[in-house]
Design a protein around this ligand. Structure first.
Ligand code: NI
Length: 172
């Protein structure tokens, strides 16, 4: 397994729309395993393939406290959504930024496993939030897109500044 590099906002590659997975092979299994390793190491509760610059419809997540309930969703579709909830979200591609986002309260998602088998899963609460957040990544959408343009610009500047400060500086 290998840890993958996570793209960060405003990297334009995060805006790529993922295509459906058609090959359920060893490469897909390896990618899912690498994404889980990357997500756990970050640490985060979810990761979409888009975030590691692979533009296929695949996401991994684990919202359990014990961090031992990994889920892999391939080609996910929301087939039912109901109600509303507001959750303070963050994102591995937008480090250090948190904001309230309103999403569906309960969802039913139809997806495939890495073996290609179809399944349906009901989700509510944090799991429902996480699935919707990761599915947004697959269509090139970020949680900061739900903020006003002004707030999004503040986020962009704050991240730019943080990255500048992290770079080694030559002081003569
Ligand atoms: Ni995210």
């Amino acid at each position: 397994m290998a840890k993958l590099e996570i793209l960060e906002f405003p990297d334009p590659r995060l805006r790529t729309k993922a295509v459906p997975v058609t090959a359920f092979d060893a490469d897909l299994e390896r990618l899912a395993a690498d994404m889980l390793e990357t997500m756990y190491a970050a640490p985060g509760i979810g990761l979409a393939a888009t975030q590691v610059n692979v533009h296929r419809q695949l996401l991994v997540l684990d919202v359990s406290e014990t961090r031992n309930e990994p889920h892999v969703l391939v080609n996910p579709r929301i087939v039912h959504a109901e109600g509303h909830q507001v959750y303070q979200e963050g994102c591995l591609s937008v480090p250090g930024i948190f904001a309230d986002v309103e999403r569906a309260g309960t969802i039913r998602v139809r997806a495939q496993g890495v073996d290609g088998q179809f399944f349906e899963q009901d989700a509510e609460g944090l799991l429902a939030v996480c699935i919707q957040h990761e599915m947004d990544h697959l269509i090139g959408k970020l949680f900061v897109d739900y903020l006003s343009p002004l707030k999004r610009e503040i986020v962009r500047r704050r991240l730019e500044k943080a990255r500048r400060q992290a770079e080694p500086q030559a002081v003569a």
